[in-house]
Design a protein around this ligand. Structure first.
Ligand code: PEP
Length: 250
């Protein structure tokens, strides 16, 4: 039986003051969320602070990115071992903003995925199509290509310790959510694709949906059979809204 995971991607938002307030709010409500897992992914510089603030609660912490290399002359990058030591459990890889704004290729995303596993972190692998790709009917090709980059590098067994986040790019930060049926269709495609290689991994892997999830649409999305929680951007910045989404996942 899969346990749903709701993870907040704070992106490049916040300050010491605002993360303190957000974490106080999340901690106060998190004790009533026992039926699903909760994680937050702060900007890297705040990770140790957030890990400290989360202490004593069930809130797990993740990074928004991770270097594909383990150490050395990679200015500006952060190694998996450092994230692990700072208290992270998860590492987001391949977020569409990284792919689009910083030119991360499928191959680099796969290498970051591998680095997360080497460090003992659970990668949250983001996949998803652009609006034009949905409109020209290539959603499944795009998602398959993004998954295959990881499977070709690491083997399908690597997905036993991973989370997938299906995030249609046209739904991220736009207020346009995929309908539950649209999302379910792609989630089922992902699970069926994995099942062709390994039925147990396919059955057990958590596949989150991301893209303008709010308290008002979360229950409908999470009610679909292959949607196992969400990766939440904007709505993760307010404790009450995020907790209501976590509650919908229970
Ligand atoms: C995201 O950044 O992963 C995301 C889904 O953002 P939003 O919820 O704001 O669409």
């Amino acid at each position: 039986m899969r346990r749903k995971l709701v993870a907040g991607n704070w992106k490049m938002n916040g300050s010491l003051q605002s993360i303190f307030t957000l974490m106080e709010g999340l901690k106060a409500g998190a004790s009533s969320i026992t039926g699903s897992d909760i994680a937050v992914c702060p900007p890297a510089v705040y990770i140790p602070k957030v890990v400290g603030l989360a202490d004593g609660s069930a809130i797990k912490v993740g990074s928004q990115n991770i270097c594909d290399q383990d150490s050395g002359a990679y200015t500006g990058e952060i190694a998996g071992s450092m994230l692990k030591e700072a208290g992270c459990q998860y590492a987001i890889v391949g977020h569409s903003e990284r792919r689009a704004l910083y030119g991360e290729s499928d191959a680099l995303v796969a290498a970051r995925f591998a680095a997360a596993r080497r460090a003992g972190l659970t990668p949250i692998l983001c996949v998803g199509e652009l609006l034009e790709e949905r409109e020209n009917g290539t959603t499944e090709d795009v998602v398959a290509r993004q998954l295959d980059a990881v499977i070709d590098l690491e083997g399908v067994s690597a997905l036993a310790d991973a989370v997938i986040a299906y995030e249609p790019v046209w739904a991220i930060g736009t207020g346009k959510t995929a309908s539950p049926e649209q999302a379910q269709e792609v989630h089922a495609f992902i699970r069926n694709k994995l099942a062709a290689a390994d039925a147990t991994i396919a059955e057990n892997i958590v596949i989150q949906y991301g893209g303008s999830v709010k308290a008002s649409n979360a229950a409908e999305l999470f009610g679909m059979p292959d949607i196992d929680g969400g990766l939440i951007g904007g709505a993760a910045l307010q404790a009450d809204e995020f907790l209501a989404i976590c509650d919908a996942a229970q």
